[in-house]
Design a protein around this ligand. Structure first.
Ligand SMILES: NC(=O)C1=CN([C@@H]2O[C@H](COP(=O)(O)OP(=O)(O)OC[C@H]3O[C@@H](n4cnc5c(N)ncnc54)[C@H](OP(=O)(O)O)[C@@H]3O)[C@@H](O)[C@H]2O)C=CC1
Ligand SMILES: CC(C)(CO)C(=O)C(=O)O
Length: 305
């Protein structure tokens, strides 16, 4: 089956990784951004500026939706419940949904409404910042990862989404073990985003500060333990190698949780630390570092109000 049409909900930092290339390669008539009311007006009147080019993508309201082959969801955690409702008219019998958000629970939340036959696992490995509708980034640095839980042999739907990404010139990877990939990314986010957010430090401080690294490592160990209870094995060696990756990130870069705090926005702390505390309780695994992140970062949000 060739996928010919797509809709995107969430034209933010992650959304702009997809939208320009999807509009160009699928054709304007086969691509739309889902939005309503003020957001729709803003996107139609001002658009978004990506690498210096201003785009006015076709915008459909949830009510105007028609079935699409692929739906990409790229909202933040707080917007997910609404977005799940808003995509309803775009999901037909053969539609596949990629919910590219961070965290390990978004696919389950989407599948609880639309069924697993419509949902593939997915996540993004890249860093893009969008401010005031503008983002500048290298469109070939970083990838979208997607697939079934295991991908030793590619299913028809994974092949179909891969083919669409190829045609749209969008870098992607089908990870053999998507559950491992999803949890590894989650572990890095919990360790890095939350340490940086609580302490107010950029990525580069992990190169210089041993205590910052101790906190990062302790948080990662909590995620490793919860992952193990769920049958996903992340080794210490794999965790150690992440340090080399961190050292390649520009010194002053800040993860999204700290960016959100500095912009006085609500963070995705519930998706990162809240989920860890909840899953830790369910599995009987102590998660004191994640608990401190959860409560501490909520205080920082309160300070911003
Ligand atoms: N930025 C990054 O580098 C990375 C982000 N991620 C993850 O990807 C996800 C998305 O993050 P990011 O792109 O940075 O977030 P952004 O805040 O940049 O983008 C989210 C977008 O969704 C829009 N939106 C929210 N609800 C709706 C809705 N109901 N209908 C239509 N549009 C909606 C928002 O619009 P509005 O602005 O009008 O509210 C906003 O444009 C998060 O889970 C994040 O953790 C993962 C890897 C890297
Ligand atoms: C960019 C990256 C990978 C940093 O942890 C991220 O996922 C985020 O900031 O939310």
């Amino acid at each position: 089956m060739e996928m010919k049409s797509a809709a995107l909900i969430g034209l933010g930092a992650m959304g702009v990784f997809f939208a320009p290339r999807m509009e160009e390669h699928l054709g304007r008539e086969n691509f739309c951004v889902i939005a309503r009311e003020k957001r729709k007006e803003r996107l139609e009147n001002k658009g978004v500026t990506v690498n210096g080019v201003n785009y006015r993508f076709p915008v459909c309201t949830p009510e105007e939706g028609t079935k699409k082959d692929l739906v990409i969801m790229a909202v933040k955690d707080m917007g997910l419940d609404q977005a799940i409702e808003d995509i309803r008219n775009f999901v037909g019998d053969g539609t596949q949904i990629l919910c590219v958000m961070n965290g390990v629970e978004s696919e389950e939340r989407v599948a609880a409404v639309y069924g697993w036959e419509h949902v593939l696992y997915s996540y993004m490995r890249m860093s893009i910042v969008m401010r005031n509708g503008k983002a500048d980034f290298d469109p070939y640095w970083g990838k979208v990862y997607f697939g079934e839980a295991k991908n030793e042999v590619l299913t028809e739907r994974v092949k179909a989404v891969s083919d669409l990404m190829e045609r749209c010139d969008i870098p992607y990877k089908v990870e053999k073990d998507m559950m491992w990939g999803l949890w590894f990314k989650y572990m890095c986010n919990v360790g890095e985003n939350l340490t940086c957010a609580l302490l107010g430090i950029p990525f580069g401080m992990f190169r210089d500060s041993e205590p910052a690294n101790e906190i990062r490592w302790a948080a990662m160990k909590e995620v490793q333990a919860v992952a193990k209870a769920k049958g996903i094995i992340i080794t210490d060696e794999q965790m150690r190698r992440q340090y080399d990756t961190i050292c390649r990130i520009p010194y002053e870069n800040k993860p999204s949780t700290l960016q959100d705090l500095e912009a006085k926005k609500k963070t995705e702390i519930e998706m990162f630390a809240g989920s860890m505390v909840k899953m830790g309780k369910e599995e009987g695994i102590p998660t004191p570092i994640c608990w401190m992140f959860l409560e501490g970062i909520k205080v920082l949000e309160e300070k911003n109000r």
